[in-house]
Design a protein around this ligand. Structure first.
Ligand SMILES: [Mn+2]
Length: 345
């Protein structure tokens, strides 16, 4: 393969879906863009990046994020009508575009719209995506939804300037773990090249990632490092954080996500997978699964009503944290042992 053959960010086998989406965007005037609950860098980056580009193309853009925009990512967000905290939305938009979301219900919002007037578009890279859109563009090997949005913008000839690029760089960097994901494709770097060619200054993103954590985030990380347990001959790290632990540290579950503990646990040499189980003050229990070396944690997450990617997945359930922890740890032990047995054969 020569370098010129590397020009597509979205793989050619998805061209017909890509072209349908470009045509729908070109023919639309009003667009509602949405993403998942507890939005991460990729959700905020892709929603804000596409919003900015479509606004610059002269379209009416509105955004729906049930949990709003996290303060630390607000610097990428455009001035746009934002629906937050609303479980139900009436839409008369030409398009509803849901990004970075494997299942429509993960947006936490029910959309009321006339199916003859409004088209639902699903743009995502989660392996667990269930194809809920009228048109689906699902590229499970893409590093991030932001990579896919760059692919759409470049293919469609939509506006791409520094401002759009700053948003999309956020998700490209965070979801690829700074281009360190296993099996990362050249298209992630190609998308980055397109973004950097705008002259975008990435320093606000790097500052957020490298020096944006709070004292509480670090206290939670310290708690995690002091309290994890090892199973499966040290191949699996497990950690349970109860609401009372959080209260002692004056912490919220957002501090757990910001602490970095999920990935730190799999940075030990023999540890190929981790599960962190934690509890919110309203009684909702959460699991975050991570792995390397091909252990499929998405299977475990899906079996517990969640979803995600092979190396990074999650689920949540309104149930006692001890009960959820017992199930998650048991299933992870099975998954890790099965994979180890397969590798040893
Ligand atoms: Mn993502």
């Amino acid at each position: 393969m020569t370098l010129t053959q590397f020009s597509n960010i979205i793989p050619t086998e998805l061209s017909s879906d890509l072209n349908k989406i470009i045509e729908l965007i070109n023919n639309s005037n009003s667009v509602l863009i949405a993403s998942h609950l507890r939005p991460d860098g990729d959700a905020i980056g892709s929603v804000s990046g596409l919003s900015k580009s479509l606004l610059k193309a002269g379209k009416k853009v509105e955004v729906a994020l049930l949990d709003g925009v996290p303060e630390r990512m607000a610097f990428v967000f455009p001035e746009v009508k934002l629906y937050q905290g609303q479980n139900e939305l009436d839409s008369d938009h030409d398009l509803i575009i849901i990004i970075d979301t494997g299942d429509e219900t993960r947006t936490g919002i029910t959309y009321n719209y006339d199916r003859s007037k409004t088209t639902l578009i699903n743009i995502d890279h989660h392996a667990s995506n269930n194809g809920y859109g009228d048109v689906n563009l699902v590229d499970t090997k893409a590093s991030s939804a932001c990579e896919m949005v760059v692919g759409i913008i470049v293919s469609a000839g939509l506006p791409l300037d520094k401002d759009v690029a700053l948003s999309l760089m956020l998700g490209l960097i965070t979801d690829s773990r700074s281009f360190q994901n296993e099996g990362i494709r050249h298209t992630a770097h190609l998308a980055a090249a397109h973004l950097l060619s705008t002259g975008v200054d990435n320093s606000p993103i790097l500052n957020m990632l490298n020096s944006g954590r709070s004292e509480t985030d670090l206290r939670v990380q310290g708690f995690g490092l002091s309290n994890f347990k090892l199973e499966c001959n040290n191949a699996l790290a497990t950690l349970v954080i109860r609401n009372e632990d959080l209260q002692k540290m004056n912490a919220q579950i957002s501090n757990i996500f910001a602490s970095g503990i999920f990935n730190i646990l799999t940075s030990m040499k023999p540890t190929l997978a981790s599960v962190v189980i934690f509890e919110r003050d309203d009684g909702m229990a959460f699991c975050e699964f991570r792995s390397r070396g091909g252990i499929d944690v998405k299977e475990v997450a899906v079996s517990m009503g969640g979803g995600g990617h092979v190396p990074a997945s999650g689920c949540s359930r309104m149930a006692p944290v001890s009960e959820v922890a017992a199930e998650a740890i048991e299933k992870m032990k099975d998954q890790v042992n099965q994979t180890l047995q397969r590798l040893n054969v």
